[in-house]
Ligand binder design. Sequence first.
Ligand code: PLP
Length: 843
Amino acid sequence: MFMSIAPCYLLPQLPESLAGLAELALDLRWSWSYAADAVWQKVAPELWARTRNPWLILQNISGETLQALAQDAAFLALLEGHLQRHRNELTDPGWFEQKYPKAPFQKIAYFSMEFGLSEALPIYSGGLGILAGDCLKTASDLGVPMLGIGMLWQQGYFRQSLDDCGRQLELYPYNDPTQLPVTPVRDADGEWLRLSLPFPGREVILRAWQAQVGRVTLYLLDSNDPLNSPADRGITAELYGGGAEMRLEQEICLGVGGWFLLRRLGIQPEICHLNEGHAAFAILARAYSHMRDHGTDFPCALNATRAGNVFTTHTPVSAGFDRFAPELLARYVEGAPEAFGIDVQTILALGREHPDDPHEPFNMAWLAIRGSILINGVSALHGAVSRRLFQPLFPRWPEAEVPVTHITNGVHVPSWDSAEADALWTRRCGKNRWRGDLGDLPERFQQASDAELWQLRSVARQRVIHFAREALQRQLAAAHRPAEECQAARTALDPNTLTLGFARRFTAYKRPNLLLTDPDRLYRILRNPRYPVQLLIAGKAHPRDGAGKAMIQEWTRFLRQHPDLFGRVVFIADYDMLVAGHLVQGVDLWINTPRRPWEASGTSGMKVLVNGGLNLSELDGWWAEAYTPEVGWALGDRGEHDHDPEWDRREAEELYRLLEEEIVPLFYHGRDDSGCPCGWVARMRQSMAQLSPRFSTNRMLQEYVEKLYLPAAQYLRARQQRTQTESICRWHDQLAAHWQGLRFGELHAQSRDGVLHFQVHIYLDDLEADAIEVQLFANGEGTAEPEIHAMERGEALTGAINSFTYFCDVTTQRPAEDYTPRIVPKHPLVRVPLENSRILWYR
Ligand SMILES: *Cc1c(COP(=O)(O)O)cnc(C)c1O
C-alpha cells in the first residue's frame, strides 16, 4: 500500500536509496512527530526550521545535496530506521481495532469545508478546520477507520500583512497543487479521476486529489480544470469568499461532489460525519443513491440512510447558520435533476421551519438535523445553546428534550506540543500515551518535579521569543522601517519576563481589544519596573469585517503612542498554524476574552495545556467546564450580557485586577532557592495533568466512536432490510394520517402513602396503540432533568372504539399538579422526537 503513485514529475530525480524520502514527505504524519525531525534537519536545516514542510524541501533540493546524502551511510541508516518505524506504526493494531474488533461499521467519511493539518496544506481558515485536521490525525493514531472529504482551495484563506499604520492587507497566493503534499487520485485504469457534476445548464468537472494523513486518506476536490469555464474554475478558489451563489456552489461540490466521489471510488461508508452544516447536501446525495440502488421513494431512502449520518454543529447563534434564498436553491435543484433527483419542494421543506412558507430561506442546519440520526454541539454549554437554537424544529417539546447532545472539542496533542514537552511527557507517561486510553495519565504526570516543569517553561519562553524577534525583523523590513528599528528587533522581549499570548480572529464577539479598555492601566502593567509583563499578539480579521480590522489598528495605535513598548509588545502578522504552534508552546499565559456564549468551544487555549501554559479566559465554551481555581483564572459570572458596554467595562476591570493582584505576583513571588516560582509551577502541574488528556482529540474521538458512530451504525443496520424501512415509513404515514384524531379523556390522580397514582383516558382514533407512548411528564426542579414516566396501557374503555385507560404510579414528594400526561410517537427503531416530532399534551 505504500506509495503506489510516483509523483516523479513534481520532484527532482531521487536516487534509489533516497526514494523513502518521497514516501515520508507525502505522508503528513511528519506534522505530528518529532521522530522525523532528525531526517529533515539533515536534508535542509534552514528550510525545515522555517517551513517544517518536507514536500517543499524535496522540491527545492539540489542534485548535489541529493548525491551527497545518497553517499552518506549514517544518513541512509537514519532514513531506513525512520522509514521502518513509520511503516510499523501504520500497521500496528490501534486502540479501535483492539477495543472494537467486531465494530458494526467499516468506514466513516468525515466531510468538512476546511481541514487544518499543516501550513504545508493551507486549506483552512480557523478553528473549524483545525478541529477537522486534528480529528483525522487522531483517527490515524487510534486506528479509527476514517477518511476525509474536503476541498483543495486554490487560494485557501487570505494571508495577512500589516502596513505602517496597522491596516490589514489581504494577499491571496496561489496554492499550486504540485507544491502541496497531495497527489492526483487515479481510477482503476490509472487515469486521473475527474468527476462530472451536473450544474444548471452545464457539467462542472471536479478533479480529485488525495493527501495521506498517517493511516487516514483525505480526498480533496477542486474545480480548477481547464475544461471548466473560467467562472467554474473559480468555485474552489477562495474559502469563505464570494457571495451566496458561490457558497451554494461550493457546498454542492462538497456534499454532492464528495458523495459522488466515494461512489466512484467504490467506497461505501456506513457513517457520514458532517462537520458543520456546510456538508449537508451529502444527505440528499446519499438518499438519492439509495433510491436508485433500491428503487425506493425518497422518504424511504431518507429513512434508510439518515441512520448513518451524524452532524456536529459549531454555531452558537442562529445568524451563523448558512441560509439560501429559495429561488437560488431552486435554480440549482431544477437545473440539475441528475444531481439531486428529487423535486425542489421536498428539498426546500427539509431546510425550513415551516415547510409551506414559500418565503422562508433554506437553512443548511435544518437540513442537517432532518437528515441525521445523532447531533452534537461542541461543549456542554454549546450543547445547551444548540438545544435552544434547534428548538423551533421541535415545537411544543421542552428544550431539554431537543435531541442535541454535546461532545466537547479537543486538540490533537502531538501536533501542538513542543519537542521539550514531548520529551517530558514521554519520561513521565511513556511513548504511546496519546494513542489509547488516557486513564492514568493525570496521576502519572503529577509526579513531574518542580524543576522539570520550570525548566520546560523557561526553555519554551526563550524559543518563542526567538521566533517573535525573527518575525518582527521580517515585518519591519517589509514595512520599510529604519534599519535601527530592524536592528532593535533582535533584542526585543526578555526571556525572564512573564509572557502573555493573545491570538485569535479579530472580530467583535472575541473582544480582542478588551485589554485596551483602559490603555494607561495596561501600559502600567506592562511597564511595571519590578514585575514586568510582555505580550505577543496575532490575529486576522475577515476581509469584510471592518470592525475587526479597526481593532487591529487600535492595537497598532496603542503601540505607536508608547514607543517604549517596542520590545514589550509584538504583533505578529499572518496568524496561521505555524505562528499558533510557536505561541502556544511558548507563552506562560493564554488570554481569551470572548463574549459568552459566542465561543462555541474554542480550542486555542487547549493547545497551551500540554506545554505548561496557563489559561485566563471567559467562562465560555470549553473553559466553562474546565475551569477550577487550581488550574487557571476565569472571567465572567457564567451569565450572558450581550453587548452591554457597562458589562464589558466590568470584565475589563476584572481582567486587570486578576493580572495585577493574582497572576503577576504568582509568577514573580514565592521563588525557591533555584528561582522556581512554586505557586505558579503547582498550577502548571494541575493544568497539564488534569486538562491535557481531557481536552485532547484523543478523548474526543473516543467519544465520537462511542456516542455517535457505534450507535448510528446500529440504527443503520436495523434499517438495512427493506421491510424494516418500509415498516418505519408506514408508521410515519399512519401518524400523519391519524394524529389529529388523538384525544385525551379524563385524568385522575390519587395520593396514597407518598405514591401518586395517575390514570388517564385516551382515544386513539385509528392509530395502533403500539405506534405511540403515553408519558407522564414533570419539569425538572431547578436545573435537574425533567421527570418522564411511561404510562402503562390498561383496559379498553367500554363503549368507545380503540380507547384505553393508561396509568402509572410515581413515588414522589411533589404535588400531582406538577405532572402532565402527553402522547408521543414510539417505534423501537426510530429516534423520537428527532425523526418524528409530534407531541400532544393533556394541557
Ligand atoms: C487553534 C487555532 C484557531 C482556533 O482558535 P480559537 O481560540 O478556537 O478561536 C484559529 N486559528 C489558528 C491558526 C489556530 O491554530
